[in-house]
Design a protein around this ligand. Structure first.
Ligand code: FAD
Length: 125
């Protein structure tokens, strides 16, 4: 049986999206390029508009409006992301995550890039 309820699909989508965001944040360098900063800000902005759970997107848009993303350094963005994830956690009655444990929970993937894709402007640094 592979059919999931709407609630389970929403949770699965949420876990997958947070995994993408926290992993991406873990790899944002201490001094991101302007392109990396712009890409990161845009990713968050786009999510507030096209995140597939409309109710979540509206909620997240309000959170981001009140807490604009800080993308000037990897550590700042990681802290911001942990903070906004905790706002979502609290709104769902979940416990807050201890942001001091971010590095232990979300390690960079450190995949080597293929020669064809090149490395300029990528968030992998
Ligand atoms: P998740 O919250 O998905 O977290 C995954 C893992 O991240 C956890 O197991 C933990 O190890 C770690 N983690 C938890 N908190 C933090 C943190 N603060 N910083 C770093 N790591 C952390 N669901 C709704 O029902 N309503 C909504 O309005 C809603 N809005 C959402 C908005 C966004 C942008 C996203 C990405 C998801 C949203 N969700 C929403 C989904 C919801 O946040 C959860 O993903 C879902 O309920 C599954 O929760 P979970 O307990 O498995 O862990």
């Amino acid at each position: 049986m592979i059919e999931l309820s709407a609630q389970n699909r929403r949770a699965e989508l949420g876990r997958a999206t947070w995994t993408l965001l926290h992993t991406l944040a873990a790899q944002l360098p201490d001094h991101p390029t302007r392109q990396q900063q712009s890409d990161t800000r845009q990713l968050i902005d786009v999510l507030t508009r096209i995140y597939p759970c409309g109710e979540c997107a509206t909620h997240f848009k309000d959170i981001v409006r009140r807490n604009p993303p800080t993308v000037h350094s990897g550590p700042e963005f990681r802290t911001w992301l942990c903070h906004v994830h905790n706002i979502v956690n609290r709104s769902l009655g979940k416990p807050s995550f201890n942001c001091n444990l971010l590095v232990a929970r979300w390690a960079p993937l450190n995949c080597s890039e293929s020669e064809e894709t090149g490395s300029s402007g990528s968030v992998n640094g």
